[in-house]
Design a protein around this ligand. Structure first.
Ligand code: SF4
Length: 364
């Protein structure tokens, strides 16, 4: 088994990314087979437990309140609703539920307590539970861990340089700090990014440097292709070519051999053949369900057909790491601290974000 390298440089990663396609595929597939069962793919369901109305200015996101998109906001889902959705996901073959809330950061209080109850409920269904709730403090990460959280998602989105051209309301260093806070618990880390936002290949490599030099590397890395949504600052971005996705997946596999590489947003734009090449290149996780938070995703039945055609099997829950224990709220040993952490707000001007904000005002 190859060793995990934690000192990748941008140039080394670019050299991999730019290899002739057949060599890249062969190398990635070989490494994939050393670390994973090539015929097993994890199936996760992404559930938007609180949609829209977000205060941030992420240029790709239709949930940002400042842009004019068709996303209808809703309040935090009830625990019962989440349980029903999780059971549905389980019967559709998902082994993991990832709950997303359009928040800048977690705030202690009733809503967070409700999310902790959702975590307990899903863990008791013997499914892996992941949350993506924005920035978290160490204390909040510990409370999530105590409730039975399996993974926390916090994407780096792009290279540190390009991140600043997409988001101005939260800093890259806060992303790393959140990952660090999660690492102080036994919760696994899910972190990746988006390609097709107008970044250069150097930025794609830069993002992989930031992820692969984390020690340990993330257990899971989603690779999203931008879904350009009308009304967002990135609405005019052209879809990336499938070859970019395959190169990105293969390169991620090579630099992070043990990580589960997740085909995420943008799968509806990919053919089955394209997805098959991504699996060959080392992708071993997908999101199931007809929606990914707010953007379209292939139907579960289409994925099942694809699995059958390719002879793929869904990964069983807790294959990579044992099931965490759930501590009930009444038995919790970790108190909420009611912290008010000073997450950064760089607030530099991003022209296209400003323009999209103005367009919203004009449309009102
Ligand atoms: S990506 Fe998350 S933090 Fe950014 S605007 Fe969307 S919901 Fe808010």
């Amino acid at each position: 088994m190859s060793e995990i390298k934690h000192n990748w440089t941008t140039q080394e990663i670019l050299n991999i990314y730019k290899k002739p396609m057949m060599e890249l595929l062969y190398e990635a597939a070989t490494i994939h087979r050393l670390h994973h069962d090539p015929n097993t793919v994890q199936v996760s369901t992404l559930l938007s437990i609180k949609t829209g109305g977000c205060s941030e200015d992420c240029g790709y996101c239709p949930q940002a309140a400042r842009y004019h998109t068709n996303v209808e906001g809703n309040d935090l889902m009830t625990v019962q609703h989440v349980k029903a959705q999780a059971l549905r996901a389980k019967s559709g073959g998902s082994s993991r539920v990832c709950m997303g809330a359009a928040w800048r950061n977690v705030k202690d209080g009733e809503e967070f307590d409700q999310v902790l109850e959702m975590v307990r409920t899903i863990n008791k269904l013997d499914m892996e539970v992941c949350c993506t709730l924005g920035m978290v403090t160490e204390n909040q990460a510990k409370r999530l861990a105590e409730a039975g959280l399996y993974a926390y998602n916090h994407n780096l989105d792009s290279s540190e340089d390009y991140y600043k051209k997409v988001i101005s309301t939260r800093g890259f260093e806060d992303r790393l700090k959140t990952i660090d806070n999660v690492r102080k618990t036994n919760v696994t880390v899910c972190s990746g990014g988006i390609i097709g936002m107008g970044e250069k290949v150097e930025d794609r490599a830069g993002m992989l440097v930031a992820l692969s030099t984390l020690n340990p590397q993330p257990e899971s890395t989603p690779i999203n292709a931008l879904v350009a949504v009308e009304g967002t600052p990135l609405e005019d971005q052209q879809p990336i070519e499938i070859w970019d996705m395959i190169r990105m997946v293969a390169t991620t596999r090579i630099v992070m051999p043990e990580t589960q590489v997740r085909l995420s947003a943008g799968r509806t734009q990919m053919t089955r053949e394209g997805q098959a090449l991504c699996f060959f290149a080392g992708a071993n996780s997908i999101f199931a369900g007809d929606k990914l938070l707010t953007t379209p995703n292939p139907e579960v039945s289409e994925d099942l057909k694809m699995f059958e055609t390719l002879g793929l099997n869904p990964q069983k829950p807790f294959t990579k790491k044992g099931q965490p224990q759930t501590v009930e709220a009444a038995d919790s040993k970790i108190e909420a601290l009611g912290e008010k952490p000073k997450w950064t707000r760089p607030e530099h001007k991003i022209e296209r974000n400003e323009l999209a904000k103005q367009n919203r005002k004009l449309s009102q």
